[in-house]
Write a protein that binds this ligand. Structure first.
Ligand SMILES: *Cc1c(COP(=O)(O)O)cnc(C)c1O
Length: 381
């Protein structure tokens, strides 16, 4: 019997067993002693970072990566004791929080690094950091040709220890391509140059989900896996290589039904009008503020009793409507208040995936998952 949140008839259902199996499936891809950093940024891609991290710890995670200091603090407060890496360089005003909660920042400016070192010494501590290396994505990091100079400008500091160095791939979905190969080459050369100059690189890491699946040879000492853990494919090419189980479902219960007369409108702007008698309009309490993009209005479907039914009218901020139409050929029992509707996930033989919704929206599964995580309560099954 599934649990429902007490205060709202809409929720994200998180399948912990699927999450555990996905983590283990990725661990199987690793070489002996290669470590796994589980990426739980954006509240674990909308799945709830604290609860997911507990599952990941038990399934063999070695480290966590988050996007913000706040996300790292949240994991510490949830009792996570494994190392936590913040995947960008925060403002210097975040340094006290980094030290207090033992979060490792990514570092790529001398000013930040030295400020971190100074604060660490003032607190009688040594701050671990990971150095981000720019190899071609042009997002963050020390340029791959400047790494030795960078290390020389900061490594004298007794308050700093380099715990790792990393880069991030822009085109890991195409590991045979020139762009990917060039990033690999620049990264390898940067690491070699630092080692030749006598600098310890700590844990060397670069592979995200698609690179972990498609390019295990570039895996270095650790991989940073995100989307795959949640059972989502990073790209079409990984689909053929690895089966994963979706972790997130999105469900709601019908809060109200009505049979308007033919010709009546539904929702703001009446973008849908009831085309005939015998249409039942059902309301569910999920809207665009819950991640159900308004651009899907009148274009998406929901599942009820294993049937695909059209969403109708403009999606509102907190609610939307769908239609159940009776025909003489297909008479179906009326929908009732409290019946469970599936927005994402499986219902009987029918299934609506995050990929299907992403395609409709013209975006990627990552964004759709994050969106549903923002306000909906999570139920862990
Ligand atoms: C988000 C992110 C990852 C994880 O990427 P996935 O494609 O979800 O596996 C890894 N490394 C960095 C730096 C990231 O920003």
């Amino acid at each position: 019997m599934p649990r429902y949140p007490e205060t709202r008839w809409a929720w994200v259902e998180v399948d912990q067993a699927a999450l555990r199996r996905n983590v283990r499936a990725f661990k199987q891809l690793l070489r002996p002693r290669q470590k796994m950093c589980c990426v739980v940024k954006a509240d674990a891609y909308g799945h709830g970072a604290a609860a997911c991290a507990q599952v990941m710890v038990r399934a063999g995670a070695d480290m966590f990566a988050v996007a913000t200091v706040e996300e790292g603090v949240h994991l510490r407060q949830a009792g996570i004791t494994l190392p936590i890496l913040v995947l960008s360089e925060p403002p210097v005003t975040a340094i006290n929080a980094l030290l207090q909660f033992q979060l490792m920042p990514s570092v790529y400016t001398v000013e930040f690094a030295l400020a971190l070192g100074e604060s660490a010494v003032a607190h009688g501590m040594v701050a671990k950091y990971h150095m981000a290396i720019e190899t071609g994505m042009n997002r963050i990091g020390v340029r791959s040709t400047d790494v030795v100079e960078f290390r020389r400008s900061i490594d004298f500091h007794r308050g700093l220890v380099c715990d790792g160095v990393f880069t991030h791939f822009a085109t890991a979905d195409d590991p045979d391509g020139w762009d990917f190969q060039l990033q690999v080459k620049r990264f390898e050369e940067a690491v070699a140059a630092m080692r030749d100059a006598g600098f310890d690189c700590g844990t060397v890491h670069c592979n995200n989900t698609p690179a972990t699946v498609l390019s295990p040879a570039t895996g270095c000492d650790m991989v940073r896996v995100g989307i795959g853990l949640y059972g989502l494919q990073a790209c079409e090419r990984t689909r053929a290589r690895m089966t994963l189980e979706p972790v997130m479902s999105v469900r709601a219960r019908i809060t109200r039904t009505i049979r308007p007369a033919m010709g009546e409108g539904v929702g703001y702007g009446f973008t849908y009008r009831v085309p005939r008698a015998a249409v039942q309009i059902c309301t569910i309490p999920v809207g665009y503020a819950d991640g159900l993009s308004r651009t899907l209005s009148n274009r998406m479907e929901v599942l009820l009793r294993g049937m695909r039914l059209p969403q109708v009218g403009n999606i509102c901020m907190d609610q939307c409507m769908f239609a159940l139409t009776q025909t003489s050929r297909h008479p179906v029992p009326e929908a009732e208040d409290g019946e469970v509707v599936t927005i994402i996930g499986r219902d009987g033989d029918a299934e609506i995936t995050l990929d299907e919704m992403a395609k409709l929206r013209g975006t990627i599964n990552y964004e759709v998952a994050c969106g549903f995580g923002m306000r909906l309560e999570k139920v862990y099954v």
